[in-house]
Design a protein around this ligand. Sequence first.
Ligand code: HEM
Length: 406
Amino acid sequence: MTDQAVPAADLYTDEFAVDPYPAFAKMRTDSPVCPVTSPRFDSFLITRFDDAKAALTDPRLSKDLYGPGQHFLRIFGPNSEGLNKNMLNSDPPEHSRLRQITSRAFAPRRLEALRPRVAQIVAELVDRIVPRGEADLMRDFAIPLPMMVIGELLGIPTRDRERVLDWTQVIRESGSSGRPPAVEKAAVQEAQAWLHGYLTDLVTAKRAEPGDDMVSMLIAACDEEGVLSERELVSTTFLLLFAGHQTTADFMGNAMVALLTNPDQLDLLRKTPELLPHAIEELLRFDGPLPVASPRIATEDLEYQGVRIPEGSIVGVVINSANHDPEHFEDPDRLDLRRDRGPHLGFGHGVHYCLGVSLARMEAQLGIGALLRRLPGLRLAKPAEELRRLPAASPFRGLIELPVRF
Ligand code: HEM
């Protein structure tokens, strides 16, 4: 790490957790490629839109985090490999093989067929909220909705979904309990071990008794063509489970706060519901759930913005900073649901572009649409700055609570 490295303590403050965008603006101006040192790992953060887009397709930045250097083994421990060595953490040609077979589960026809069921899950959740006049939109809506949808897609039995959700929440909320880091780390490892055991059993059960679900479909493809190993089946299922609900839940929470703190835009959306698909993209640009893309490794010495990134360094592409770059988005800190200034990086870019993008859009449109339609007078029950959030250094940007009244 170079001499100018910014200690994470200076960057990841409480104010940063509430509103990281002023810090990102400063980094884009003063230090657009910024070395950061933190207890988790040291990295170089890339903060401008053009650099971010270039880095996401730069073949010199590898996603093979269990390959040479074994970065993830060192950071997350030996037990992490069974769950995390999946397409997101691999390079072509291995990545292409894993992605190609998994994409079949996301065929547009298959997803469209799911729409009525997603609408039904949304309606059931909102039905439970309506008579109460108040709710925690994270606990009562944003977290259970994507979990129920991905649980159904993967064929996780209904009776197990709550337990699976509880263990995934241990990973999502790690660092926010106030417990010592060693205790938090042990809790995450326990959650990973439980999920690994559960998903391994799920794959075995689906092999014995296949259903009309994604896991059974992956097993069939694997048995016919021998394209996925048993370990890859489990780690792919974990990726779909985690990526499938975590980001969507955090996105819906962030989007609702953005709307409730921008009443003119909320009003516009209520009066013009057909704007919703467009609005979802602006909400994702405005405050996305994955502030930094998953880590990449420099396979050779690189230079971005005149800063040398030595071979072996971890590189973080700061999606939420790139999406606020004034070179690309006029008045970027303003929520403008009618904005039309080219694509954002909220779903990534390049070969790792989000595989679940259509599902995420469907859930967000049906979910947010129903909340706005069915909860008139919706408002925050406490000021946005006081909402409990995931810690500033979390890889995710999201809320722990979203109390509302209506
Ligand atoms: C990858 C964002 C929902 C499955 C990604 C990436 C981003 C992203 C930024 C690229 C990460 C990188 O390059 O490091 C989001 C957001 C979502 C969302 C903002 C919700 C609003 C979903 C859903 C699924 C999903 C619902 C479905 C199960 C995946 C998978 C990958 C991925 C499998 C890895 C693709 C690959 O490595 O080729 N997502 N995602 N995501 N996402 Fe999503």
